[in-house]
Design a protein around this ligand. Structure first.
Ligand SMILES: [Zn+2]
Length: 120
């Protein structure tokens, strides 16, 4: 609890990146273009219309969530933000990836962070 307060206090002194101003949506893990991959329900594979590569849905989500984690850094992010970020309908896929590859803090309102991030 104390650690948490200290943490948020410290963070307020920094210049916060305006999350709402960053373009959201799925980016291609290969050509890094936005909106070239559409994630369809019940489809495990999808094609980027730009570079014509095929990706597993999981790979696409993973890439985009990791990008979010890097942008957010020590601030971390919530599952809701990750879903927004990926414009995901499939909450479970996003949550599974977050739980598997990221560190999390909190019980009910979890925040996710990159593993081994330097949190000062
Ligand atoms: Zn592509």
């Amino acid at each position: 609890m104390q650690k948490q307060q200290f943490f948020s206090h410290k963070f307020k002194q920094r210049i916060k990146l305006d999350f709402s101003l960053i373009k959201k949506g799925i980016k291609c893990p290969n050509c890094k273009k936005l909106y070239t991959i559409s994630i369809e329900k019940n489809k495990k594979y999808m094609i980027c219309i730009q570079c014509k590569n095929t990706f597993k849905r999981r790979t696409v989500y993973y890439f985009n969530i990791m990008e979010l984690a890097v942008i957010k850094g020590e601030e971390g992010f919530t599952l809701q933000e990750a879903i927004q970020w990926c414009e995901a309908e499939n909450v479970y896929s996003v949550r599974r990836i977050c739980n598997e590859y990221l560190e999390c803090e909190g019980q009910r309102y979890k925040r996710y962070y990159l593993k081994n991030i330097e949190r000062s």
